[in-house]
Ligand binder design. Sequence first.
Ligand code: C2E
Ligand code: MG
Length: 459
Amino acid sequence: MDHSFQDIERIPFRAGEAPAGGVHPAGLNAEELIHDFSAALKGGQFKVFFQPKFDLRQSEPVLSGAEALVRWHHPRFGLIGPAQFIRTFEENGLIRSLDTFVLDSAAWQIRDWKDRLGVAVPVSVNLSGADLFDPAFADRLIKTVGSSGIDRSELVLEIPEKVYSRDPGLTAAKVGDLRSYGFTVEVDDFLSGGSSMWMLSEMPADALKLDMRFVRSAFGERVDTRLIEAAARLAASFETPFVVKGAETAEQAAILKMIGCDQIQGYFFSKPVPASEFDRFLVEKKAAACEPPKKHRESFSYRALHDKLTGLYNNCAFDLLVSEVGSEHTALLIAEVAGFDGIRRDMGREYADELIVQAADYLRQNFRSVDYLFRLGEDRFAIIMGRVRANGKKAVVEKIRMICEELRDGAAGDMSVYLRAGIAFSDDYETEADICHDAETALEAQKKLGVTGCSVFGG
Ligand code: C2E
Ligand code: MG
């Protein structure tokens, strides 16, 4: 059987999901796998692949590490992925030998990259409960690191949340020991279930890596990232870096960055690849480090992406997202408060600020949670609406007109806000067009009319 490594990425189930024992979904027999294990380990049939992780907190994504993921070149079954054998090996204890092999390979690989390319990159290895609770584990780890001559902090240990939830006290103690020896520990599959809020808050960890199902469901039929945003806030409240795996497109990566994910790993950047192919990420990182520092390198923290007054996303977030959102069925609305300069001059800054907060609150209440609301400048707002179907356009425009009228009539409180808006729909274009320019053009048309309301570009 001849498989490329890409083929196994398509296997649609994960390690924990494979049925215990018996025949696996792809027809692999657990007993055969167990029987073949020892010879396979000795014969070099297991290979470690590496998938890059990128830090998003700077203006450009920066390579921050790699995850070691094992594959098996089986003489009869071809290249098989971990989802097909990890569970079986976890059940009968063979996982400890396999994980020891992966830990060794990762440590020596870090050393090789340092020697050959002069770049140090932390590599994370997936552990099972059997590893962590093995009394000899920490000593083995220290020896591995010692003989390969790497720094302890360079070997990152990923411990699945389910291990924590099985025995929170003992896990916390073991993890605490490993961290006190200088190892970095990440909780893998964060929020996959089984842990109470109290348990989560007690988990000692250097990073929280969200269960991939969150990303799958957030970017399904419709985009709804509320759960990931809540998870990001939870991680932030624990003051622990938040890592998301499974980003497959530029749009997903941009949205994840915008909602506060610190690091991402996913097919968008790369699938897991053999060590030799991973070299290129290190070469690129080294080259980038030699470039003069970029002038406005800023942190993409919550503060950097949100407007202080209204809590809406700011123009930095807008620049980030507008170039990445899928052009299909997207609408962009740009709105301004009419006569704002005069209001500020006559009524004062405090009144003007209150009016902006009022307008922002009202927009927030009237748009869907899946729409992205921005304050671009003093009195300018933008809204990116995803998944606007052709038959829903009329309703969108009608809704905006209504919002403008209600704001004018002071429905949002005592103040009347005269909002003028222009909207453009991306799927009206035959070729790549500039949706920002068109929304601005529509806004200018509405301004010329001199009344509150919304104009549609091209209509
Ligand atoms: P994991 O720790 O959650 O590792 C990430 C998995 O997500 C990898 O699957 C990776 O290929 C996949 N992935 C990453 N980005 C994307 C993406 O954008 N889209 C999709 N669809 N998938 C993505 P892989 O390599 O099949 O590993 C599956 C699981 O097997 C791992 O999940 C981990 O739990 C386990 N595993 C892998 N290697 C080892 C190992 O050496 N030891 C142990 N104990 N478990 C391992
Ligand atoms: Mg992992």
